[in-house]
Design a protein around this ligand. Structure first.
Ligand code: MN
Length: 470
């Protein structure tokens, strides 16, 4: 464990490392003699959690809190004691994560309360949820040795923690979490997937190894100063989800073989795309420019699928090192030492929204109902006529869109033009739609709208207006 500690310490200034070391010693003393279900030293768990946080390049306070995250649970120490020892920030982080622990397994009600608390603490300091994610990630990694309800832990990961990581733009953490949880929640599907895809995936791996030097040669010859060309391993759970949509036909999964090309700047991304298309023809409608149009969780890359050597369908993802960091680490990758939570809250509008809810004093039940709608539903992205992206839950209607743009627009919304065609305001929108709202000065929200709107914002505004009018 001291080896792991040294690796962690090497990333921080001497002064910061001193605090981390202090947290290490403190936690080691408290967990002395405690064992995990697997028989391992308990202390190995907080150390691994701290390592995950350090690998995410998070600040020393987060890493220290990661080491300390279970000490309040396991001792008579009070948050005040931690505050004296480690300062307000670290004590706050530990206290918040501990609170989440206490109610964690109390059935559905406990779970909702827990989720509510986690989000409230997150709105105050995003680092709380990052520690919780690291904690859960390590518990999942070691789930085999756990003697409690494995399925429940794994299920929570699929339902809450992985989507949360995804919304924070932490694609790698999301993928790994899901893959750890998958066999515990759906053991039979997991086996079926391996039967179906394992040999294909092994074959792909060999193919990608073969094709990689060829890609490098082409890029070199074209004067592209690429930094890396890597095979991208498809995560099993996300492959499973995709297969469900495509009748379990592997041939319809176009990103099963994928290469990632990292180039120094944005101009080289587009240049690389052009060069690849010169050698291998692209499949129509599979070119995606997430650089010009980033996904709302911040993800950027160019994607294209080509008929590669011998017509083998291969996906390329082209991006800069910054985009790469962002794709894997998301919000954590943005962590700067001087940055407070504010710019992050600006970037992630849903965090802002959660902070709004916090002000409304909702019950945990209401909070959960709203979160289910706004947070965990699949998202679609639609455009204003000016090209601004509006993110909505699946099934959202022009009225939801109008309220997402502006309350006034919602109130006076009388018709919608979707892709130029007049469309009823209760019809579901599709991903990529361009939506124009036609307003009528005399229009008022109607009770009937409540039957079809999907966002909590539209619902709340309509209710508010109806109360005002009647
Ligand atoms: Mn823990």
């Amino acid at each position: 464990m001291s080896e792991t500690l040294n690796k962690i310490l090497s990333k921080y200034t001497p002064q910061e490392a001193e605090t981390i070391r202090q947290a290490f010693d403190f936690a080691q003393k408290i967990h002395q003699g405690q064992k995990r279900d697997s028989g391992e030293e308990y202390f190995s768990h907080p150390v691994e959690v701290a390592k995950i946080l350090a690998d995410l390049n998070l600040d020393y306070e987060t890493v220290s809190a990661g080491l300390l995250h279970d000490v309040l649970e396991e001792s008579n120490y009070k948050p005040e004691d931690l505050e004296k020892e480690f300062g307000t920030n670290i004590a706050f982080l530990v206290k918040s994560v501990t609170k989440l622990h206490r109610v964690s397994y109390g059935g559905d009600k406990g779970f909702r309360e827990n989720f509510h608390k986690m989000i409230l603490a997150t709105a105050k300091d995003i680092r709380v949820v990052l520690i919780k994610l690291a904690d859960r990630l390590h518990n999942l990694e070691t789930l085999d040795g756990y003697k409690g309800n494995k399925e429940r832990i794994a299920k929570e990961a699929l339902e809450i923690y992985a989507p949360l990581a995804d919304r924070l733009g932490m694609g790698e953490i999301k993928g790994v979490m899901e893959d750890y949880a998958f066999p515990f929640v759906y053991p039979e599907d997991y086996k079926k997937l391996l039967d179906l895809a394992a040999s294909q995936m092994a074959e792909n791996k060999k193919y990608l190894e073969k094709i990689k030097p060829e890609v490098e040669k082409i890029l070199k010859a074209s004067g592209i100063k690429y930094l890396a060309v890597n095979a991208r391993a498809k995560h099993l759970y996300s492959l499973w989800r995709k297969l469900q949509k495509y009748d379990f036909n592997l041939e319809r999964i176009y990103d099963l073989a994928a290469l990632r090309v990292i180039v120094p700047d944005v101009a080289s991304c587009y240049e690389t795309l052009g060069i690849l298309h010169k050698y291998w023809p692209p499949l129509p409608n599979r070119i995606k420019d997430f650089i010009a149009l980033a996904k709302p969780n911040g993800y950027q890359s160019l994607h294209t699928t080509v008929f590669c050597e011998n017509g083998k369908i291969t996906e390329f993802q082209i991006r800069t090192p910054e985009m790469h960091l962002n794709a894997d680490y998301g919000i954590a990758g943005h962590w700067g030492y001087k940055e407070d939570a504010n710019p992050l809250t600006k970037k992630y509008s849903w965090l802002r929204q959660l902070a709004e809810w916090q002000k409304q004093n909702m019950t945990s039940e209401d909070f959960w109902e709203n979160a289910k709608i706004d947070f965990f539903k699949n998202r679609i992205f639609v455009f204003t006529p000016k090209g601004d992206v509006i993110e909505l839950p699946e099934g959202a209607t022009p009225v939801d869109f109008a309220y997402a743009v502006h309350s006034d627009l919602g109130d006076k919304c009388s018709q919608a033009k979707v892709l130029g065609k007049i469309t009823p305001i209760n019809q579901s929108l599709n991903d990529g739609d361009i939506v124009e709202i036609v307003i009528n000065k005399n229009q008022r929200p109607s009770r009937d709208w409540l039957n079809f709107v999907k966002t909590s914002k539209a619902r709340a505004k309509i209710r508010e207006r109806l109360r005002l009018i009647s």
